[in-house]
Design a protein around this ligand. Structure first.
Ligand code: GDP
Length: 298
């Protein structure tokens, strides 16, 4: 995912090696190169601007360390600023004081929500929870069956509307799913919702209605990192239309340039909580800003 960006940043920073004191001109030149690398990686312009401003200010300021040479100091600053735009601390899942914890998934069709529901359920099981998956994507043909398949693979129960009951009302299914979780003592409920191929008012309304009805502890916006700048505009649309408390980046295994990953936190103000990097249930992990920054800096 970040190969090109990573190569570019590494070589920019390598150019500083062996220099004694860094002049303001050295720092300006380095920042210019970093700016180009970020823009080429599809990072949103306002994010690039604040990132560069942060680096410049700190690199030119009086951050002096006896232990590091000037080049190492710049690398350290770039690393810390990367961690910052990726969200700083790892954000843990917010668990309800009175279970079940309700986690709602929202995002465009094809973003990877249903796959993620299975991954999250498997991960939750590994953390000692007893999750229930609730199938509220009643729009896409096969979405319910697909959730049942991933649920089975993950070894978790799926609550779905009874077949033959017509299309059904997703808000009603969500409510009944949570009742079922209480009854059968599941401590976490993951609600899969319908997406559309593009941002769509009806989809937003439906997701917002589910949110209002079940008051989830977390609303996770699931976004395909391969869609580049569109990830940012889609995130803004979901923030305004539904609202969310965290982001899940999917398809980090793709060869996209990584700009989405670097922009979405800063633009929406919500943390990236999980990352998915493949089609298998195991290709999933908690998102750690510091580890991602280290990966980018090689
Ligand atoms: P939904 O419409 O949001 O529920 O999306 P799906 O879960 O059906 O996923 C859409 C497609 O993306 C499927 O073919 C998934 O196998 C694939 N997919 C999901 N997550 C990942 C991922 O992290 N990496 C890759 N390469 N493919 C993924």
């Amino acid at each position: 995912m970040f190969d090109t960006l990573s190569d570019r940043l590494t070589s920019v920073l390598q150019n500083l090696r062996g220099k004694g004191r860094l002049s303001d001109a050295d720092i300006d030149a380095t920042c210019r190169e970093i700016r180009i690398a970020l823009l080429e990686a599809d990072v949103a312009l306002p994010v690039v601007k604040s990132f560069i401003a942060g680096i410049k200010e700190r690199a030119k300021g009086s951050e002096v360390s006896q232990a590091l040479n000037p080049a190492q100091q710049v690398v350290k600053i770039v690393n810390e600023e990367l961690v910052n735009i990726l969200g700083g601390e790892t954000r843990r899942l917010n668990l309800a004081k009175n279970p079940p914890t309700v986690i709602m998934l929202a995002g465009l069709q094809g973003a990877g929500k249903t796959t993620l529901a299975g991954k999250l359920a498997k991960w939750l099981r590994g953390q000692g929870h007893a999750p229930l998956l609730v199938a509220c994507d009643l729009q896409r043909p096969n979405a319910v069956t697909q959730l049942q398949v991933v649920g089975e693979r993950a070894g978790v129960t799926v609550f779905a509307p009874e077949p033959g009951n017509g299309v059904g009302d997703p808000v009603d299914v969500a409510r009944r799913g949570i009742e079922e979780a209480r009854r059968a003592q599941h401590d976490v409920v993951v609600v899969d919702t319908a997406g559309r191929l593009g941002v769509d008012e009806e989809m937003m309304r439906q997701a917002a209605d589910i949110r209002t009805a079940v008051q989830p502890d977390e609303v996770l916006f699931v976004v395909d990192a391969m869609i580049g700048q569109d990830a940012v505009t889609t995130a803004e649309a979901f923030r305004d239309g539904v609202g969310f408390t965290g982001v899940v980046l999917t398809k980090l295994d793709g060869d996209a340039r990584g700009g989405a990953a670097l922009s979405v936190r800063e633009v929406t103000g919500q943390p990236i909580m999980f990352a998915s990097n493949g089609e298998k249930l195991e290709d999933f992990d908690v998102f750690h800003p510091d580890r991602m920054a280290s990966r980018i800096l090689g």
